[in-house]
Design a protein around this ligand. Structure first.
Ligand SMILES: Cc1cc2nc3c(=O)[nH]c(=O)nc-3n(C[C@H](O)[C@H](O)[C@H](O)COP(=O)(O)O)c2cc1C
Length: 210
């Protein structure tokens, strides 16, 4: 599908066909796309929790402002921020660069040390706020990728992050939920599917300086 057509085809799905499940090959594309999302310094502070267990999805509906999409979806993506961006985390990232690219330590060490020092002075909340921006980026990337695969999705801030964190014991893993996105196939009777897109005129959303 042409990309603009794909973006016109997609919409924030409000009702999924709960009988349909996304095949594994498309799930693999979605997972790879998540992992390929750009991130600040390349630190990848966002972890994706991918839930397909139907009874868990049902249990999450009350923690999702009763939005039924969560219970009907094929899979639920929960974008979690890793708030443990400490010295060990950063060192392990730079070890990955070294082994992947054969880069000598001398080339990387001053950059690595400056990042360690910068993150060393951030509070957990500051790290969460920085990481949450990366979560939005990953969600945006996946919305587009889903559209190209003709997979429906609903980006969602309307959920209880504290409730999700407790449900999945995220805090114990150094994680905090930031966003959720049910994915699957639109229900035939989702009345939102055929609604016209509401967008500003291009001239009102873009300032071109030539
Ligand atoms: C960050 C974010 C949070 C959103 N939260 C919700 C939500 O909780 N529930 C919902 O039904 N839609 C949610 N939406 C969907 C928006 O309302 C929708 O994307 C917007 O109205 C544009 O319509 P479209 O995506 O159908 O083109 C959210 C969208 C974004 C980007």
């Amino acid at each position: 599908m042409n990309i603009v057509k794909a973006l016109q085809w997609r919409y924030a799905a409000k009702k999924f066909d709960s009988s349909r499940v996304i095949p594994n090959d498309i799930i693999e594309v979605i997972k790879e796309s998540f992992n390929l999302t750009a991130s600040s310094y390349g630190l990848q502070p966002v972890k994706l929790l991918l839930v397909s267990n139907k009874s868990i999805l049902q249990e999450l509906v009350p923690l999702s402002s009763n939005q039924q999409q969560v219970g009907q979806a094929s899979h639920l993506c929960v974008f979690c921020v890793d708030t443990n961006i400490d010295e060990a985390y950063i060192r392990s990232y730079f070890e990955n660069i070294k082994s992947t690219r054969n880069t000598p330590d001398a080339v990387l060490s001053s950059f690595r040390d400056s990042i360690i020092s910068s993150f060393g002075s951030k509070s957990t909340d500051e790290i969460y706020n920085w990481g949450a921006k990366q979560a939005y980026l990953a969600l945006g990337n996946m919305l587009t990728v889903c559209a190209t695969q003709e997979i429906d999705a609903c980006p969602m801030e309307g959920f209880d992050p504290v409730g999700y964190d407790a449900y999945f014991k995220l805090k114990e893993q150094g994680l905090r939920s930031a966003l959720v996105m049910p994915i699957g196939y639109r229900a035939e009777d989702d009345m939102f599917a055929d609604m016209k897109k509401v967008r500003k005129d291009l001239k009102d959303s873009i300032i071109e300086i030539k």
